[in-house]
Design a protein around this ligand. Structure first.
Ligand code: SAM
Length: 294
């Protein structure tokens, strides 16, 4: 695929390159902030599952399994959000002070099996919530990617135990065709006596609240909000290549290619014709070595 054809990708992908963001997902956080004023009064922010780092460009202790190129003013922790050692490292960085805001755009590698992907995404969200209970101040805010699958009500119920305000928001830059949305959880207020514990998954039914009571008045229905200015670009539409009709088209390279992407070895093998089967399916068909994931 040539360079110009790559630039026919979605409008937020191209805008991200033009405005210097590492990934198109930066617009999701910006649109969520536009709606919810997430950064007002925030001194300590944690970005869970941060790589390649476009949310950290917006704000600031960044955690990811993957290494990420440095960003000015951002402390990076290469770690797993399901580990208590990662929580301890975040706390150490803030010198024992809790964070005002935790954001999580975490996504596991998708398998293509929808039920499995939804389940794993839900587990990652719960891991993010779990680590958040270690580092967030009472009254603080937690924002996380959620898949609005069939069991989403269970997740809402679990979040409502820890936050008095839970809203499900869909930024304009998040494709309508995707079940992705973001939960904006405000006013952290854990149940009395709750002790954060990474080895005690939130799915354990050991609390007083019965997570299975999802019928009638116990069924949690959270408000749903489309956010981002209605005049903002629609991520499902195709826009012409040249945003400004007077300007000559110029290719813009990605702001920051991933420094050690998991697909690197496969690309190297394919490039050097070292894959054992010539007819093997390509590992990253639409992606060159230098391009970040959206
Ligand atoms: N918000 C980022 C941005 O705008 O640049 C994009 C995040 S990307 C969609 C999802 C990230 O989740 C991946 O980089 C992946 O490594 C990370 N991730 C998945 N599971 C994780 C885990 N258990 N601990 C830490 N990071 C994880």
């Amino acid at each position: 695929m040539g360079r110009s054809s790559k630039d026919k990708r979605d409008i937020y992908y191209r805008l991200a390159k033009e405005e210097g963001w590492r990934a198109r997902s930066a617009f999701k956080l910006l649109q969520l902030d536009h709606e919810f004023n997430l950064f007002t009064g925030v001194n300590r922010a944690v970005d869970l599952c941060a790589a390649p780092g476009s949310w950290s460009q917006v704000k600031i202790v960044a955690v990811d399994l993957q290494a990420m190129a440095p960003l000015p003013g951002v402390t990076q922790i290469q770690g797993d959000i399901t580990k208590v050692s990662t929580a301890q490292e975040i706390i150490r960085h803030f010198e024992g002070q809790p964070a005002d805001l935790v954001v999580c755009d975490g996504a596991p590698d998708v398998t293509g099996l929808h039920d499995v992907d939804e389940y794993i995404q839900a587990q990652l969200l719960l891991a993010a919530l779990n680590i958040t209970t270690h580092v967030l101040k009472p009254g603080g805010t937690f924002v996380a990617k959620i898949f609005r699958g069939k069991d989403v009500t269970l997740l809402y119920s679990q979040l409502k135990i820890f936050f008095s305000g839970v809203t499900c928001a869909k930024p304009r830059s998040s494709r309508n065709s995707s079940i992705e949305a973001f939960v904006v959880c405000q006013n952290y207020c854990p149940p009395e006596g709750y002790v954060p514990n990474m080895s005690n998954p939130l799915l354990d039914h050991s609390y007083d609240v019965d997570f299975n009571q999802l019928e009638g008045p116990n069924r949690v229905i959270v408000p749903f909000l489309a956010c981002g200015d209605l005049s903002a670009f629609d991520s499902d539409r195709t826009y012409p290549l040249q945003l400004d009709a007077d300007k000559q088209y110029q290719y813009t390279p990605p702001t920051q290619p991933p420094i050690c992407p998991p697909y690197q070895q496969a690309c190297h093998l394919r490039k050097n014709n070292l894959l054992s089967r010539e007819d093997a399916p390509s590992v990253c068909p639409s992606q060159s070595q230098n391009e970040p994931e959206p």
